[in-house]
Every structure is written in C-alpha cells, then in structure tokens.
Design a protein around this ligand. Structure first.
Ligand code: NAD
Length: 428
C-alpha cells in the first residue's frame, strides 16, 4: 500500500519545524493511537481555509501603512469555527493555522458545538493609538465579513485584543449586513451582550477541575498549597478562588518576578498591588523570588498561567508539584512533558484545563442568539457541570488508552470530530 502524506508526517524524525508542523504531528500521533482511518486523517490533518488580507490604514501622522492579517478555519464539522484574534508582531500564517487546529480539539474536549478557527494581525498594538487600532480592527473585520458570522465563524479576544476590539468588530459587521448580530463575536462588553462570568471563566474552569481532580490523589483544595505563574486574567481568579476555598496560595508571579509567603499570600492585597503597579515587585506581603525559583517550589498544585513554553527541559526537573494544571496555552514543551511524566507529576493539559473561557464564550453566543441573558450563578453552575464532565471524559479516555491526560484529551477530541465528519460524510 502506498504511504499517505499523513503517514509520512507521522514518521517524520526530529523536532518539527513550525508550530503548525508540531500541531500536525500531535494530530497524527493521536490518529495512530486511536487507529483513525485514512479519510479522517486527510481531512482533519489540514485547515479547511486560511485567508490572508492586506489592511491599509492611515496612521495618525497621515501616512498609510499596510498591515497583514489572517484568519484560519480548521474544522467546522461540529459547528461554526470558533477562536480568538491576536494582535502581535510575531503572528504568522502557520501560527494561526496551528492555533485553529488546537481550538477544534479544545471545543471538542468540552463538547461545545463549535469547530476551530483563529485569526491574527501582524502589528504592535503597544505602538498604536486607540484610533489606529479601531481603524485596523474595522478594516480587518470588513475583510473577514464574507467568512465570519453568528452561524459561520465567531471570533473572540486573544493576545492583545479585548472587549473593545470585539465591540468594534460587532459594530462593523452590524453596519455592513444591516442588522445587529450579537452572535458574531464573543468576549463583548457586558453592556453589549457580553456574558456575566466571562472575565474569570478560564481561571474558574481551572479551579473547578482541581476540585474534581485532587480527590484522585487523596487531596482537596482546602489546606492544599498552590503556586501560580502569571497573575493576569487567568492566574488571578484561580488564586482567588483557591484561597476562598481554604487553600493556601504560596506564590504568584508576573513577568518581572514573583512573591512567596510560606503561610499563604493575601491574594486580594497582591492583586491590588498588581493592578496599581503592573507587577509584584515591592509587594510587602511576602518575599520576592524569581520565576525560576517559583517553579521549583514544593507545592501540591502548580498553575502555569503566563505564556507558552515556560516549563522547559532546563527547569522541568526542578518542579516539585504533585499536579500541574495548564491554565496557559502550551506552557510545557514536549521535552519537559517527558521529564514531568517520568517524575510522576499529573498534568492536566491546556486544551482541557483552560477550556472554561471558550465554554463561557459558548454561553455568551447562546445568550446573544436567543436575546435572553442569564444570571452569573447560572453561568457558573453550567460551567462547572461542563468542566467536570470534560475532566471525567478525558480521564476515562486516558485510562482506556493507557496514556497520560494530554494524549487522552487529544484522542477524545479527535474521536469526537472524526465521528461528526463520518456522520456528515464528504461533500460532494
Ligand atoms: P494576561 O496578559 O492577563 O496575564 C499574563 C500574566 O503572565 C501577567 O501577569 C504577566 O506579567 C505574566 N507573565 C508574562 N510572561 C511571564 C513569564 N515569562 N513568567 C512569568 N509570568 C509571566 O494573560 P491571560 O489572559 O491571563 O492569559 C494567560 C495564558 O492563558 C495565555 O497563555 C493565554 O493564551 C491563556 N488563555 C487565556 C484565556 C483567557 O480567557 N484569558 C483562555 C484560554 C487560555
């Protein structure tokens, strides 16, 4: 039998060249694990669509500068494409393709009816005025109108984009199509159809998973020690909920370094300091430490909630946590993963751990489509239900296949998407 292109990639040796190559390698390794048939490999191993757009914008000084933007749509077999838009100088076509594939898996893990998409614009928003950002966003939204919409592709905030950017996209879409359509984006301001509970959804989702997972190790949150790397949208709510539940938050950090207190930090005081100063330097409620020292602290749970690639082959051997909950996307490099696994550390992988964000985005989308808005408590209880069910499903899949949670999560996701593809069949 001839070797398919997919099988060739599976057998490729050495480190993958790009993020997209790595995402495909992970997919094909999973396909091997679950004996996925060739037709599913061929379809799910590729992005359905990648759009590149030129965005000429008048800068405040009157000069026209042309930016480049992308939107990748990996799979819509289970529902509309879903995924964030990032503004960053390092955005590439292959990066958004990889991220769109990972969104397909993340949505499938939590069983929300979305596929995967991701967008990005190559720009440095820190060197742009608000007016320039608005013009860039509106031009980008206009270029994407043929391929986005409440039933086709629903963007959301990602790195360097926020509720304001989503409001501009919503408005541009509404002006162009001639009607309001709250479902076109999620992560909107609450005053414009955003969902209560979206701001802390990702950290809260991590917390709900820990509530469920710790008893497997005869532990519980109350009395357990948590270390959090990164103290932003995700790290702060996780730390806050942990402390409210009677757990001890030993240390938190920002990019400038961390702060440690063996008796447990006062999370609210640290958050007030962080909000005011933008980092934790000179916070009086604990001792200063580097991020490297923080990762090496003895604790029950370590929560990397900063950027990708912070746990590496160089520092993984120092980690002394029993459990790692990956709040950030891709915080553990593949080499580090092997070291942590060999040291018996239980890793709750990113596509499960941080899926609380997309889950509440799904709730926001449903509320926008029905024009009926839920109370915060309802959002939280439905979020908990979904996160716990997803944890159980991933755990069971991992045990069934005798693989760690990371492979179990991807295997569960790929199986769900493959089932949808097989039921729909190939068109035409
Ligand atoms: P954020 O910008 O609000 O916070 C990031 C935090 O990490 C900041 O405190 C920053 O100072 C710190 N940080 C940056 N580099 C660091 C480093 N090298 N070492 C230690 N700390 C560092 O971002 P966020 O929205 O909290 O996102 C954090 C991670 O979670 C990202 O990987 C993001 O992709 C992922 N994520 C976020 C959401 C969400 O809803 N916000 C959803 C899913 C995944």
């Amino acid at each position: 039998m001839a070797t398919s292109p997919a099988a060739k990639i599976t057998k490729a040796k050495g480190p993958a060249a790009t993020f997209w190559d790595r995402a495909r390698q992970q997919f094909h390794a999973t396909a091997d694990l679950i004996n996925l048939d060739e037709s599913c490999r061929e379809v799910l191993g590729n992005c359905r669509r990648v759009v590149q757009v030129s965005l000429p914008i008048k800068r405040d000084n009157g000069v026209i500068h042309t930016f480049t933007g992308f939107r990748a749509q990996h799979s819509n077999h289970r529902g509309p494409y879903k995924g964030g838009i990032r503004y960053h100088p390092d955005v590439t076509r292959e990066e958004v393709m990889a991220l769109s594939m990972l969104m397909t898996w993340k949505c499938a893990v939590v069983n929300v009816p979305f596929g995967g998409g991701k967008g990005g614009v190559i720009c440095d928003p820190h060197n742009m005025s608000l007016g320039e950002l608005e013009r860039l966003t509106r031009r980008y939204a206009k270029e994407l109108i043929p391929i986005i919409g409440p039933e086709t592709d629903i963007p959301a905030p990602d790195v360097n984009t926020n509720a304001q950017v989503m409001a501009w996209i919503h408005d541009t879409y509404a002006m162009e199509v001639g009607r309001s359509a709250l479902g076109v984006v999620t992560g909107k301001p609450v005053s414009l159809g955003g969902s209560p509970g979206r701001e802390d959804a990702t950290g809260r989702g991590c917390f709900y998973i820990c509530l469920k997972a710790l008893p497997l190790f005869k532990m519980k949150v109350a009395g357990s020690k948590l270390v959090v790397q990164g103290f932003g949208n995700v790290g702060y709510p996780m730390a806050k909920l942990w402390q409210e539940a009677g757990g001890k938050v030993l240390a938190v950090s920002s990019d400038k370094g961390g702060v440690y207190n063996s008796k447990g930090l006062d999370v609210e005081a640290a958050a007030a300091h962080y909000r005011q100063i933008g980092n934790l330097l000179a916070f009086k409620g604990g001792d200063q430490m580097t991020n490297a020292e923080l990762l090496a602290l003895k604790c029950d749970v370590l929560c990397p909630a900063a950027l990708e690639g912070t746990i590496t082959a160089e520092n993984a051997g120092n980690v002394k946590a029993r459990v790692i909950i990956e709040a950030a996307n891709g915080p553990t490099t593949p080499e580090a993963d092997l070291i942590l696994e060999a040291n018996g550390i239980f890793i709750i992988p990113d596509i499960l751990a941080n899926a609380g964000g997309v889950t509440v985005s799904y709730f926001e989308w449903v509320q926008g489509l029905t024009n009926f808005f839920w109370k915060r408590a309802e959002v939280y209880s439905k979020l908990q239900e979904i996160m716990v069910a997803a944890f159980d499903d991933v755990y069971d899949m991992g045990r069934k296949l005798k693989v760690p949670m990371r492979q179990g999560a991807v295997a569960l996701a790929v199986s769900r998407v493959a089932d949808a593809f097989k039921m729909r069949g190939l068109w035409p």
